[in-house]
Write a protein that binds this ligand. Structure first.
Ligand code: C2E
Ligand code: MG
Ligand code: MG
Ligand code: MG
Length: 278
C-alpha cells in the first residue's frame, strides 16, 4: 500500500511495490476468512530465568495456517491486519486464546506451569477505546489472575501517544504487567521508561547478537541492564541463540532470557524438559 499512499507515483518506477500492494490487498481480504475458519493458531516461546533455566513465562506468537501459502509468519500479516483494522478482532482472539491456554496449563501442571503469558499488542489495538475493558473481560471470563498476564507493546506504539499511554495505565491498574518490546530499535527514549507505566524491558535481539564479542559491541546491552536495575524494571534479553551469549548476559546481570537456545516457539512447549536442559 506504500505506492497508494504516495498517490501511485512510485508504481511506475518500483514494480515491486505494486506487487507488494497486490499481495497486501489479497492477504488483507483473506484475513477475514482466516479468522472465520480458524486458520490462526498460537505458538509459545519460553522466557527463562538464569542461572537455573526455569521457565518463568511464555510469549504467545501468532501463526497463520494459510490454505494456499502454508504457514505464514506474523511479520507478513500483522502489518496487513493493522492496516485494515482486523488486528483488533484478531488481537482479541489472541488475548483470549493465550489466557485460556495458560489457565489450562495451570490446571494441568500446577506449580510446573509458567507463571505468566506475554501477549503482543499492536499500536492499533492499544488505541482502540475498548482495549482496557477487553483485557478486564477476558481475565474475568477465563478466571486468569491479572498477575499472570503481561502485555507487550513497542516503544513506537506508545511514543508520543497519550491515548496509548492512558490505555496502558488502565491495563496496568488491573494488575497486568507491561513490557516494552524490541527496546532500542524504535523511537528510543530512555525518558519513556520513567514516564510510561512499564514493568519489563525487552532488550532487542540486535543488541544481544554481539554480546559475546569484543568490548564496545556489548556496551548497549550493559547500559540497558543498568538502567533497568536502577529503575526497578525487569530486563529480558531477546533472541539468545548461543551459550556464549547467555554466559555474557548473565555476567552483565541479566536474569531473564528468551531465544532459540532455550526453546523455539511451539504449540506445546515441554516445560519440564526445558528446566532440566537449562
Ligand atoms: P517479537 O514480539 O519481538 O517476537 C520475537 C520474535 O523473535 C518471534 O518471531 C520469535 O519467534 C523470534 N525469535 C525468538 N527467539 C529467537 C532467536 O533466538 N533467534 C531468532 N532469529 N529469532 C527469535 P515471530 O513469531 O515471527 O514474530 C515476529 C513479530 O511479529 C513479533 O516480534 C511481534 O512483533 C509480531 N507478533 C507475533 N505474534 C503477534 C501477535 O500475537 N500479535 C501482534 N500484534 N504481533 C505479533
Ligand atoms: Mg514480543
Ligand atoms: Mg520482541
Ligand atoms: Mg524483537
Amino acid at each position: 500500500y506504500a505506492a497508494k499512499v504516495n498517490g501511485g507515483r512510485q508504481q511506475r518506477y518500483l514494480p515491486i511495490l505494486d506487487e507488494r500492494a497486490t499481495e497486501h490487498a489479497e492477504l488483507g481480504a483473506q484475513l477475514r476468512t482466516g479468522l472465520d475458519d480458524g486458520q490462526f493458531f498460537l505458538v509459545y516461546q519460553p522466557i527463562v530465568e538464569l542461572p537455573g533455566g526455569r521457565v518463568s513465562s511464555v510469549e504467545a506468537l501468532v501463526r497463520w495456517r494459510h490454505p494456499e501459502r502454508g504457514l505464514v509468519n506474523p511479520v507478513e500479516f500483522v502489518p496487513v491486519a493493522e492496516h485494515n483494522g482486523l488486528i483488533v478482532e484478531l488481537g482479541a482472539w489472541i488475548l483470549r486464546e493465550s489466557c485460556e491456554r495458560l489457565q489450562a496449563w495451570r490446571a494441568e501442571l500446577g506449580p510446573a506451569a509458567p507463571e505468566r503469558v506475554s501477549v503482543n499488542v499492536s499500536a492499533r489495538q492499544l488505541s482502540e477505546p475498548g482495549f482496557p475493558a477487553l483485557v478486564a473481560t477476558v481475565l474475568r471470563e477465563t478466571a486468569l489472575p491479572a498477575a499472570c498476564l503481561t502485555v507487550e507493546v513497542t516503544e513506537t506504539a506508545v511514543f508520543d501517544s497519550s491515548t496509548a499511554l492512558d490505555a496502558l495505565r488502565a491495563v496496568k491498574a488491573l494488575g497486568v504487567r507491561i513490557a516494552l518490546d524490541d527496546f532500542g530499535t524504535g523511537h528510543s527514549s530512555l525518558g519513556l521508561l520513567r514516564t510510561a507505566p512499564v514493568d519489563v524491558l525487552k532488550v532487542d535481539k540486535s543488541f544481544v547478537d554481539d554480546v559475546a564479542g569484543p568490548g564496545e559491541q556489548s556496551v548497549i546491552a550493559t547500559a540497558l541492564i543498568d538502567v533497568s536495575n536502577h529503575l526497578g524494571l525487569t530486563a529480558i534479553a531477546e533472541g539468545v541463540e548461543t551459550h556464549e551469549q547467555a554466559d555474557a548476559l548473565y555476567r552483565m546481570g541479566y536474569r531473564y532470557v528468551q531465544g532459540y537456545l532455550f526453546g523455539r516457539p511451539s504449540e506445546r512447549p515441554d516445560f519440564a524438559a526445558l528446566a532440566l536442559a537449562g
